[in-house]
Design a protein around this ligand. Structure first.
Ligand code: ADE
Length: 241
């Protein structure tokens, strides 16, 4: 769906997020990157339910020359191009709604690693602006002047911030009250195992290609099942370190 409050691409939800919802504004050179993931499954349903709003903004609309230039050569030389400060700061200022409690985040491999325990804190913001870089990165003055936080989704370098922004949106959205439907899933994650590593899951049939479901799961003894899951989760955590 094109159109919206500014030339943004609103993927459902209200312009002004009611309480218990989160509004994301994504600044990107590739708004279409987000369209399919935002339509399906958890994110699609959260948008339908009005619990999540995502507005996609094409950074190029803030370029000022006739070629809509958004990048330039790096001072000091070196490979690649750097995203220019003027369109980025103009974009950040234009989309930020000062009547909403907001946070401006730049997705970057040199940012602070995103951890499960920090995610809930983002639900306290009414508007989260996500800036996605491309090329070698963005002019450092944008970060110094207009960014509150740099976030990385892992120790690897992606082609741009878009995939990282999707990770961020999905990880936060599943914590919005009512989004998972089965709120027990979240409690299971944090209380049952006490860690982020999940225990192994099984469903029917009882035997598959000679492999049987562990007997304890068929026992109906919930105390024992809880204990088994905790032990398995600990074992997996240790084996991964
Ligand atoms: N952009 C490129 N790589 C990234 C990463 N690992 N995390 C966040 N943004 C990125």
């Amino acid at each position: 769906m094109r159109g919206g409050p500014d030339p943004a691409l609103p993927v459902g939800g209200a312009t002004r997020a009611p309480r218990k919802t989160v509004r994301f504004d994504v600044l990107t050179l590739f708004p279409d990157f987000f369209l399919s993931p935002l339509k399906i499954s958890l994110l699609g349903k959260a948008i339908e339910a009005g619990k999540l709003s995502v507005f996609l903004h094409d950074i190029r609309q803030w370029a000022t020359d006739k070629h809509r230039t958004i990048d330039d050569l790096p001072y000091g030389g070196g490979p690649g191009m750097v995203m220019k400060p003027e369109p980025l700061v103009a974009a950040l200022e234009a989309v930020r709604d000062s009547s909403l409690k907001g946070r401006r985040i730049y997705l970057s491999p040199k940012g602070r690693h995103l951890r499960q325990q920090d995610l809930k804190g983002y639900l306290n913001w009414e508007q989260i602006v996500l800036l996605c870089g491309r090329y070698e990165g963005i002019d450092q003055r944008v970060i110094d002047h207009s960014i509150d936080e740099e976030v990385s989704v892992g120790d690897y370098v992606l082609a741009g911030g878009e995939a990282a922004a999707l990770v961020f949106i999905e990880a936060v959205t599943r914590l919005i009250p009512g989004v998972l439907g089965n709120e027990g899933s979240l409690e299971e994650e944090s209380f049952t195992t006490g860690s982020l590593i999940e225990y192994p899951h099984y469903t029917r049939p009882e035997e598959f290609r000679g492999l049987r479901v562990p007997e304890v799961l068929l026992s109906g003894d919930h105390q024992k099942i809880r204990e088994w899951r905790r032990l398995e989760s600990d074992r997996l955590l240790k084996s991964r370190k």
